[in-house]
Every structure is written in C-alpha cells, then in structure tokens.
Write a protein of this length. Sequence first.
Length: 257
Amino acid sequence: MKKNILKFLMAVNGFLSHLINLGFKDGFKLYFLKTNENKEYNVNLKCTKHPFYIRGNTSDKLVIDQVFYQKDYDISLDFEPKTILDCGANIGLASIFFKNKYPNSTVIAIEPEKSNFELLTKNLIHYKNFYAEQKGLWSESCYLEIIQGEDNLPWSFYVKPTKIKTDNTIDAISIFEIIEKYNLKVIDILKIDIEGAEENLFEKNVEKWLPYVKVIIIELHDRFMPLSSRPFFNVLSKNKFSIYFKGENIIATQIDQ
C-alpha cells in the first residue's frame, strides 16, 4: 500500500514538473510521450534560451527530469565559472543547463557515442563559446572500443582500451590534453559521467590536471562496475576536497585553490 502511494506521489510530482516547465499543452504531451526511438522531438523549456531535441523511447526524457526538474547540476558557487568541462555529455542537456545558468562561460563537451554526439552538436548549435569532441575520456592517449550494453541502446555502453584502430574504436583524450589544446588556465567545473571509466581516469596521471580543477561533479558507477569509485576516493583523500551529495552526483570542491 505504501509503495503504491509513493509511486502515485512521484508520478504526480513528475507530471506537475512537466506542466510548470513546459506549460499545460506541451507538458502533457511530453509526459505521456511514447514514441519511436528513431524520431526526434522538439522540447522548448521555459528555463532554456533555445529549444532542443530528444529521441523518443530512450532515456532522454529521464535526463530532462534530472537536469532541469531535479536540477542535479544546480550547485551553489561563490564565484562565476568561466570554463566548464562536460565529460560524458550524452545529447548535451547538462551543457545546455550550464550555458543558460552561466551564459558567459566556455563549455567543452566530450562524448564518444556517435548518435549522442550528433544530437549534442545539433542541440548546442545556437550557443556561443561551446566546443565538442567526439572522443572518450581516458587517463592517456589510446584507442577506445565502445562496448554496447545488454539493451544495445546509445546511452548504455562502456569503453575499453585497445591498441588496434577499427571502425568501432574512437580516439581517447585525457583531461590534460584538453587543457593543453584549449590553453586552459583553470577548469571551474569538471562534470564527469563516463559509465565507469572514472576508475581509469583517477588511477593515472591525475597530478597533471587535478590542480587546474576547482569543482568536480561526478556520478559513480559501482552499481554495475564494483569498486570503480575506489581511485576517485583515494585521490580525494590525498588532496584537500570538501564533498557533499546531490541527486546521483558527488560534488567535490577543492580547498585553497
């Protein structure tokens, strides 16, 4: 009985969030959207300067809820961020949130999966000071093979390194390489959602890029890659970070920057 009441209240809350952010007509339509995954749908939120596109029958609707309704990336800062690195950018909704909250910032998005990347660039085309790299984030340069999850859908995959370049591999890029390529003096916000690859990212060469970072927003993936978060916590324990939890993310702020 209690579970049914909780599910009902969550459904009502989700429905009201759609109405508040989209208005009655569009909110109703998006909330009850059940569509073919090959079709794109235009979404025009009140909180974004430009409309964007999502795919039907995907997790894209859930990401809207996390980013714009639950505001998982809406954190309190005592400074105005100028440079934001969005790693595991998917179709760009977090980047859109950052560009609307911090319109004068430069956002660099990293996304390996082809269909996600294509929609990412389409969604951010009207925003200035936005750059995108179709690469996988790794601790060093290499090739990465994209391994699809069991459901074989574009948001469900992980990567593993390989020495052989094939049609199914992409180039990896490290955070330090991004710093050098874009001549960055600081990374004000480093957002990381890379499906378990955070294990490798925090295992090697962290000392090259961590001093540049003020705030990390990271989602960990121990639920399907056990112990993949261990290197992240090891790094935090050796450096001065304060942390708190917000939604599925950990917010880590470096002290004495």
